[in-house]
Design a protein around this ligand. Structure first.
Ligand SMILES: N[C@@H](CCC(=O)N[C@@H](CS)C(=O)NCC(=O)O)C(=O)O
Length: 116
């Protein structure tokens, strides 16, 4: 699932990205919004997206850092990391794919997604 691309008119009125993560991530199905910094060729990104979908995430706000170099800089600024994926659930920086899977294995992913 890729990030929604706003129309030109919307972009003209939007100015800077909104929200605490700097973008348009929104809650869907009562779940916290999920943002993932990715590149096109990235097996770890594919694996992370598959796990999130298995846990009921219907929408991922995907930021393609290979297409938007300024977003790679933003990702590194926010996370201190240079690899993709970098995953945010709500305001929480989960980390990469390994971190997401470890969180799930210790039972923390679903509660985080549900804000409980
Ligand atoms: N342990 C990390 C590995 C992530 C990783 O190696 N991602 C690759 C792309 S699939 C990457 O960003 N490579 C570029 C680099 O290492 O600078 C995770 O689970 O997310």
């Amino acid at each position: 699932m890729t990030r929604r691309q706003p129309g030109l008119a919307a972009m003209a009125t939007m100015g800077a990205r909104s929200g605490s993560l700097g973008g348009p991530a929104e809650a869907v199905n009562g779940m916290k919004p999920v943002r993932m910094y990715t590149t096109q060729v990235c097996p770890f990104c594919i694996r992370a997206k598959a796990l999130l979908r298995q846990r009921g995430v219907a929408q991922i706000d995907e930021v393609r850092v290979d297409l938007e170099p300024e977003q790679r800089a933003r990702m590194m600024e926010l996370t201190g990391r240079r690899t993709v994926p970098q995953i945010f659930i709500g305001d929480t920086h989960v980390g990469g794919c390994d971190d997401l899977m470890a969180l799930d294995q210790r039972g923390g992913l679903t509660p985080l997604l549900n804000g409980s």
